[in-house]
Design a protein around this ligand. Sequence first.
Ligand code: B12
Ligand code: SF4
Ligand code: SF4
Length: 258
Amino acid sequence: MNNMKQQIEDLIDQFIADFSKRGQTRWGKPLIGYARADDPLFISLKDYISPTHALPRDFLDSAETVICYFLPFTEAVINSNKTGRYSSKLWGIAYIETNRLINKMNEFLKDRLISSGYKAAFVPATHNFNKEKLISDWSHRSAAYIAGLGTFGLNHMLITANGCCGRVGTIITSLKVEPTRRYDRELCLHKINGSCGRCVKKCVNNALAVDGLDRHRCYQMLLENGERLRDLGDLADVCGKCLVEVPCSTGIPLVEEG
Ligand code: B12
Ligand code: SF4
Ligand code: SF4
């Protein structure tokens, strides 16, 4: 079982190294976490997100483990998106190429798991949400939280050991893997002691506030960028200004002593 876990982690590293040669985007070291498919927190997502939110066993009857990974963007991608109202081209390219990477890597991992005698299923990286409610029936980052990869920021991002600038993927399998321990504390400075709030100040469309996110205002901004970046081919419905140049962009933010 542990041998198989190591194999999965090596396959992910190798796949990303190979995929990096095909496009412009590079990624930092991926973070990988494991959750039990029957972890009761999955059922609680029906309350936190929506009653139609899926359970791992809705995708795979024999599911034992939800494998989650976080693919961090590089400094070059993050820095490119720091200034101005609109998203940088590099941020748009990173979005498109990371979605492609997640979908291809999940297919690859699924095949490898099946050829080792296990079952596997996955959900696409994005564009799998209800366009009116702007809510998905499978929240990758909530699964990643359950799998111990991080905690949520005031900006609604999953903050991981490598920050929040990056994308999340999940794959569900019948392979049993020891679950990853979750953080036993908040990582967002605002949630720790009410400080920071920098992400709210950085929002370029008045979508993010301390008391919540106006998903429709945010989506409006994403579509505006999608239109400006239409030369990229695929839809780059991006923004991400509330993720860059903030204390949680690339790592766990440090609490300033009193
Ligand atoms: C719909 C959607 C949107 C909508 C709504 C965003 C939102 N905040 O809800 C719109 C179009 C506005 C949007 C915008 C963006 N998105 Co978007 N989006 C999604 C999508 C498809 C579904 C998210 C969803 O269902 N939201 C509804 C809410 C209720 O769920 P949630 O935010 O996922 O999780 C929350 C709850 O679970 C809640 N919660 C409350 N209590 C509890 C208790 C427990 C126990 C748990 C576990 C959770 C929990 O906290 C979580 C965080 O708010 C996901 C891909 C996917 N299928 O997961 C990507 C995703 C969330 N987006 C992502 C990104 C990066 C963006 C943008 C930065 C755009 C960009 N790429 O430049 C912006 C950021 C906006 C922001 N500040 O949140 C990434 C986030 C990566 C990360 N580090 O967290 C995701 C995960 C895509 C991916 N595969 O990586 N997005
Ligand atoms: S910028 Fe500050 S308040 Fe916003 S999520 Fe990051 S640590 Fe939390
Ligand atoms: S992604 Fe852009 S519009 Fe949406 S909350 Fe962040 S800064 Fe605001």
